[in-house]
Design a protein around this ligand. Sequence first.
Ligand code: PLP
Length: 428
Amino acid sequence: MSTSAQLFEQACRHIPGGVNSPVRAFKGLDRPPVFMERAQGAYLFDVEGKRYVDYVGSWGPMITGHADPDVLGAVRERLDAGLSFGTPTAIETTMADLICEIIPSIEMVRMVNSGTEATMSAIRLARGFTGRDKIVKFEGNYHGHSDSLLVKAGSGALTHGEPSSPGVPAALAEHTVTLSFNDIDAVHECFAEIGDQIACIIVEPVAGNMNCIPSRPKFLETLRETCDRYGSVLIFDEVMTGFRVALGGAQAHYGVTPDLTCLGKIVGGGMPVGAFGGKREIMEHISPLGAVYQAGTLAGNPLAMAAGIALLKKIREPGFHETLSQRVTTLCDGLEERAHAAGVELLTQRAGGMFGMFFTGQSRVDNFAQATACDAGHFRRFFSSMLDEGVYLAPSAYEAGFMSSAHTPEDIQHTLEAAGRVFAGLAE
Ligand code: PLP
């Protein structure tokens, strides 16, 4: 039995499923998860010392690679001053100023501890600001695990969402409308019927939780126009896309401005951080300025701020995102080329520093139904063989991949050569 398999058995004794977040468990894959010991640059090293080229990057934050010396140095510098004070600190203002400078639609920002908290708080704020209860989200978008967002489309009925997890009250789920991603007509129909009851639309501008699905032309513009017309708040969940698709996030990439933006992952440099912010007029409704309650014992933690600020400063370097996108292009073009040469149907989709692989003959994947129609068996075999080859991909067919600036052309070449061998095996 491998050391990871032994550790997994031990973990399962006192941790549900052996993990502290479900996707780490490799459920549905015929092997136990790999336990990692350390990470450096583009690489993860497991408990047996095996090296992997990593395209998960801790699910997004590690955009300059693991154990970035500048980020670690910034944390070390703050460490001896103490871990947390529960008082205002100047470094929180530095972070807020930096975020507002990089993402101009954010005029005021509140720090929280995770992406889930960011979206949950933004939704409460939108409801408090508009005095409406209903929210609109899109099938296959993930916004964390707060109750209002663990909801799927009800069968046929436009206005009645159903809980997607036990424990979510049906009475709450009823207020969440779930539409198909990239479906402009569905948005029009929904608002024509109940637009005056809708507090907000929340959307991943590039969906990264059903593989990688960019918005279609005019989709985000339609959301913007519709929210303006009906007095609803437009929330971009940029927890994944923020600082990754472009420095200014997907809103800079697409040129569409939301009212509120949710951030996470990169903004904390690998520490547990999220943030939500946007129009001053809306943000002024948050306590203690306004009546919408929101708080956090460890929010704005100085060590977490130090890590995030160091990372944000680093990725502001001119050309950073262009280089990242070029590496994604090299990887994705190379994967498609090798797959097709081996007779395997593969489609890749990309947006800045994120990408996705679909085992499908379709020329485009635009929504959840199309994403879930891809060949899951091929994905499982591909993932597992790539792991054996020393390449760590997301252990699910429905997660995006993440490039970092630490991935060298040699790392990408190594990945492509491994993929070539694996595709040949798949085609047999
Ligand atoms: N929103 C998006 C787009 C995400 O991808 C995630 C997590 O992957 C979240 C929200 C939730 O963030 P967290 O896991 O930090 O709570």
